[in-house]
Ligand binder design. Sequence first.
Ligand SMILES: C[S@@+](CC[C@H](N)C(=O)[O-])C[C@H]1O[C@@H](n2cnc3c(N)ncnc32)[C@H](O)[C@@H]1O
Length: 214
Amino acid sequence: MRPDYWLERWEKGRIGFHRADPNPLLVEHHERVLGGTIRVLVPLCGKSADLEWLVIQGHEVVGIELSELAARAFFDERHLTAERVEHAGFIEYRRGALSIFVGDFFAATPELTGYCDGVYDRAALIALPAELRARYAAHLPTVLAPKARALLITLHYDAEGGPPFDVSPAEVARLYERFTATPLASADARDDAPGPLARGATFVQENTYLLELP
Ligand SMILES: C[S@@+](CC[C@H](N)C(=O)[O-])C[C@H]1O[C@@H](n2cnc3c(N)ncnc32)[C@H](O)[C@@H]1O
């Protein structure tokens, strides 16, 4: 999937994935998964309201997002100004405990982001086709501290195509074999998944996991 695909979606306002309010699964599982973590990475963050919610919980929050439009919108919609800092290959929008790095997640390094001990993945892994999911799961630990913990939310369904793509529990176990993966919740998501249903899915599960690095 080419970066242009996402940049065009942001330019055309085709952002049906965006939610105005904090994700209920983040609110429910935050304490168990991310309680006690300091620096939380939010890969492929868009302009998610969850960034703000995580800052309010006291974390340092590091978002990574391809679209500069999305990063600017996050601050503009809250009538906030952010400092703009250029790095090699990235533009950082920084305010208080939040930095959104505009650029390619696969080029992110710990020198840029700092080592993160928490991760929040909602609609990041499932935004990527299979080949990129493998790269994503391999790259993620390179910016994480030992014993990092992640809250991962996926969709599992029985149809082709995406995004969002089907990510089965078996694939989560395979992609994150270096992590311990603990299922936390599984819910019927047919009412909130028009894409998979339109592509013929007969079931859609929203699955939530705790991932732990050794
Ligand atoms: C499905 S959206 C989810 C956004 C956000 N996580 C949310 O819950 O609203 C996927 C996002 O990933 C961004 N993205 C896709 N590929 C990326 C990459 N290689 N590096 C950084 N961001 C990327 C897109 O621009 C898009 O905003």
